[in-house]
Design a protein around this ligand. Structure first.
Ligand SMILES: [Zn+2]
Ligand SMILES: [Zn+2]
Length: 124
């Protein structure tokens, strides 16, 4: 699902133009927000034309599957909630990967050493 919303200064990254036509976003433009993790946005006509030829986000190359090539109107409130949810998910993913990796690596490393030491003691 693509999100379609009228241009709002609050909902675009300031100073960043549409990366397809290289024109700035302006009042009266209709923007499309992709479901990629960067919630990248483009002019409606630009991204629709792009997606007909390339099924990826022009910025982060995340695959936009066929089922997503349909648009739905979205309110600014809903869009803001969506952004917040995406940011929170990214933050949690980062924290989880830190927590999971370290204890596992440490446990396996220690186990291997202990086994080796015992075997050597028994042999000698
Ligand atoms: Zn554009
Ligand atoms: Zn993207």
């Amino acid at each position: 699902m693509l999100f379609r919303a009228p241009y709002s200064a609050e909902l675009v990254v300031q100073g960043v133009d549409c990366t397809i036509c290289l024109s700035p976003f302006a009042e009266g433009n209709t923007l499309i927000y992709l479901p990629c993790t960067g919630y990248h946005h483009f002019h409606e006509q630009c991204i629709i034309a792009w997606l007909k030829r390339n099924s990826v986000c022009p910025i982060c190359k995340q695959v936009i599957t066929e089922q997503f090539i349909r648009t739905t109107p979205i309110t600014q409130e809903a869009l803001r909630n969506y952004f917040t949810a995406v940011r929170r998910r990214e933050h949690e993913d980062t924290r989880l990967s830190h927590v999971e990796h370290r204890p596992l690596a440490g446990a396996f490393g220690k186990e291997d050493k202990d086994t080796d030491g015992k075997n050597q003691e028994q042999q000698s």
